[in-house]
Design a protein around this ligand. Sequence first.
Ligand SMILES: Cc1cc2nc3c(=O)[nH]c(=O)nc-3n(C[C@H](O)[C@H](O)[C@H](O)COP(=O)(O)O)c2cc1C
Length: 260
Amino acid sequence: MKGALCYFSGTGNTKWVADRFKENFAFYNVNIDLVNIQFLEVSKLKRYDFLIIGSPVYAKFPPKIVNDFLNRLDDLNKETKIIVYSTQAASLSSAPYFMAKCLKKKGYIPLMQISIRMPNNFYFIKGKKPDRDLIEELLLKANEKVKNVVENFIKGEPIIESVSFIRFEFNKAIYITFKNKIPKLSKNISSTRECGKCGLCLRNCPQGNITFERGHAIFHSKCILCLRCIYICPINAVRYKGKKIDQTQRDIIKTLDLNR
Ligand SMILES: Cc1cc2nc3c(=O)[nH]c(=O)nc-3n(C[C@H](O)[C@H](O)[C@H](O)COP(=O)(O)O)c2cc1C
């Protein structure tokens, strides 16, 4: 049995969980290939027996980059076993339900729908800043959850975490509002004069949205607000509303395969 785990991860949380899936499946001698959906040719997924799809949550739902990927998943065997998972700051999310809904429309029947609580990378807008102890605790719990999911998958026992219809519809409205606000919100990202022009943000922006002009990083209009540039900057020179952000994702972001 061979699986592919297709993910998008802005600041490392979803990739960190992907790595745990790989480890836990390896315990059962099952190999998983981890693939970033940005660089994925969907037809290459045909050779896998099962799929895992991982996404962060942006305003209750998966970001557009993940939704576009789900819409491209056309020609696979409809019997393919699929696990969908989200990572988010809250304990539960509507995102896996939404992802499963997209897949069901295409004729697939996802076996597992899981949301995994991870450190909040958006704490400076909403919620509480995750401190070291909380991050450690969340990572331990996330690993336990993945272990349990893998164990159940191997036994063929589904896990479906659902949300009520009312909550789902309410969250959909929040997402639509957020989506329309992204261009405005992304204007809050800027770099300071201290920017060393190392190019790390430019090389790793999933949208290719950053260039260097007039001596420092310029952020254009394709931003999806993944926040990678804020957490990746080695000198913490990328600001939100001019404020310095404590890089709480500093360690976790290293799990991404970055262009150094
Ligand atoms: C733009 C944006 C919106 C977010 N909205 C939510 C949300 O609605 N609910 C939630 O629980 N977490 C939310 N978060 C937190 C992230 O979902 C969470 O930290 C996630 O694990 C990040 O994954 P990544 O590191 O793989 O990008 C949001 C983060 C960002 C950047």
